[in-house]
Design a protein. Structure first.
Lengths: 144, 144, 144, 144
């Protein structure tokens, strides 16, 4: 599978900490940006899903931090669908930065797993049209 | 009037930025902590107010930053009611740090103004029992 | 004077709170984005200023919140230079959202004041070339 | 091994999102609070380590979210040392809430891995006295 969606994010003072680097929790915020914009471009907006009364909270998150990101860095957030099930899905992410080398330098990679639930917190099947949209996205990824 | 409520807050890496100091937006988070705990101790919890279907969003905020707060500082958040009206109230705050001098060093001071609204966003009178509770708190402040 | 710089910002879940709206402290983060991008476009990047050993911490911040911003809103952050002195400057901001009306709906407006200091915390004159750059920007604003 | 350190944290509006629950990235902030206070109580403060020119950035983080945390919840952050090596260490965390049942309800569990580095980013051995302090802490954990 190949990363299919790419989004640029500028690091702000607000994202950094006194160690001079991006604070570790903020990578999960970058993941939110990545999957939101990938879904918007290829399937539908999260707001559309929300309007169906469905939430997709994170049930698992993982990050491997390889190198620090700094203030004013223009980060590249890459996102792909890693797995799609009836009640859940998984996304992979890569955070990198173009340092002028052959290819961007990988700063961190990670994943999140999401469950589809109602506003009352009960598991619910991901609606057919969204399942289809995400399946097509997986097909596109595999062709790359 | 005299500041009546005092709450200690430990600065985390998460609160700081690459300038090595607490990021300016976080002072508004400290204000939330200050007024929430003052209300809980002297009147009622925000959750109780919420359960009445009333929200108290911030309509105005101001901060004068006088000196930086650093990682691991034990900040003192002082809060007082500055003004109480039918549909709104105002709180004053002081953020300081004990540097071992005669009195804590003032790092920042500010205020927030809040309006009482329903979940639908309509202005609503602050309920009588809360008004009374806050009035008594103002009395206590003036006696100090 | 007229607002000269405009920047779009997409609201994330990370920016909102359980009241269903953008949390009040995040407006100060939007201001950081606005002034940073205005400076980058018209004068120089903050990183360039930092490289001169000069920091521009916020010494005052004010916000008047007029209407809530919601999840996934595409906010418009408008920034202008309000005042320029030897050791300090002031920026004005407007946060609005295009609701399909004649003009965007104003959600909040505010300002920040900044002092120029060294890494050791001493006041320092804003360097001549930056003063000039910002002065030209003020000229451009006044001609609009 | 048994969790040895317990710290209470009150959920603020600032921690929640429009889904009405604590935003997923904030669990990593809770982990920072947990390990910082455990280290302060049993070994030394992070600030002491920093003063030796040593940083302990997160190189890996994982969270399994089992149930949502809500506004004003009084969370219990439990922390233990999971592994200690020459250049790195690992902490386990449990976030739970007392719902009045026999034992607190587990809301999330996770871990972080940290590497010891210099300010220049080079790997460095964890100093002997800190290694000893953490080893003793592991002994205490095993005796519980």
């Amino acid at each position: 599978m190949a990363i299919i969606h790419r989004y640029e994010y500028r690091v702000r003072y607000a994202d950094t900490d006194a160690g001079g680097v991006v604070y570790n929790a903020n990578h999960l915020r970058f993941y939110e940006i990545g999957r939101t914009e990938m879904m918007r471009e290829h399937v539908c907006s999260y707001k559309d899903i929300e309007d169906l009364g469905i939430l997709l909270p994170v049930t698992e998150s993982y990050t491997r931090y390889k190198a620090p990101a700094f203030y004013d860095d223009l980060l590249i957030i890459e996102t792909e669908v890693a797995e799609l099930k009836r009640f859940s899905c998984k996304f992979n992410y890569r955070i990198s930065r173009d340092d002028g080398e052959d290819k961007p330098r990988l700063l961190a990679r990670g994943y999140t797993v999401h469950a589809a639930i109602t506003r009352e917190g009960k598991l619910i099947r991901i609606p057919e049209n969204i399942l289809n949209g995400v399946s097509k996205l997986i097909d596109k990824q595999q062709k790359r």
